[in-house]
Design a protein around this ligand. Structure first.
Ligand code: SF4
Length: 232
């Protein structure tokens, strides 16, 4: 399957997220949403289910998730009747501890994220034509240049990534969650603005950057959205 990415961007950039999703569902028979059930992911999944009740959704369980995040995942599965695929690293946490020592995240977050997040994501994307994510351009500098449709080359063939929420602001996300009564992580009401693994996530102040509470400010991406080189 080959898509004219430049033409797709011209047609879709600035379109409503619902229209971008409808286009993606029509184009790609093998499509999945990946989410860690942050606010954007929650909005995206709810929006997608409204169009395609059996949409494929996968999420990574790093073995370091907050209990609230696991409960939210279960709540989504029940509320939206979703069979959410939960993927874990091929290297178990016990194996990681044996090879690299306890609490690798204290010494090398890149290696820990590679084992616990990136590897299972890469595996879950295998066999898909398209990957839909809830990224916003204004979340961080590292996301400022995302496009509504992106192309990544893999040995098995192209992978298209679709970012329907790229032009949303944080308040757009919250409006959608409230208007559509979409569940969200209760930690977001307790000073957390972005939620990942508990060892690497902290609550932040009201005026702090959205991703300032992740990795103690050492980095702002785990690698899931940066491990492949975008083409074009
Ligand atoms: S966010 Fe922290 S605990 Fe989670 S995989 Fe990355 S380094 Fe490990």
């Amino acid at each position: 399957m080959t898509i004219d990415v430049a033409a797709a961007r011209r047609a879709l950039d600035g379109a409503a997220p619902e229209a971008v999703l409808a286009w993606a569902f029509a184009q790609f028979p093998r499509l999945a949403i990946s989410t860690a059930f942050g606010p954007e992911g929650c909005a995206l999944v709810a929006m997608a289910v409204a169009q395609k009740p059996d949409v494929k959704v996968f999420t990574v369980d790093t073995d370091f998730l907050f209990p609230e995040s696991i409960a939210l995942r279960d709540q989504f599965a029940a509320k939206y009747h979703l069979d959410i695929e939960v993927v874990r690293g091929q290297v178990t946490l016990a194996e990681q501890n044996a090879r690299h020592g306890l609490d690798l995240w204290q010494r090398d977050t890149d290696q820990c994220c590679a084992l616990r997040k990136v590897e299972p994501t890469e595996r879950a994307l295998h066999g898909l034509d398209a990957w839909v994510a809830g990224l916003r351009r204004d979340q961080s500098k590292t996301r400022a240049d995302i496009d509504v449709v992106e192309l990544y080359e893999r040995p098995e063939g192209p992978l298209y990534k679709v970012n329907p929420l790229l032009h949303w602001t944080r308040s757009d996300t919250w409006k959608y969650l409230h208007d559509h009564e979409v569940p969200y992580n209760p930690l977001l009401d307790q000073g957390y603005k972005s939620i990942g693994c508990w060892p690497c996530t902290k609550a932040v102040g009201a005026g702090d950057d959205e991703r300032a509470g992740r990795w103690g400010g050492q980095k702002s991406e785990c690698g899931i959205h940066t491990f492949m080189a975008k083409k074009g």
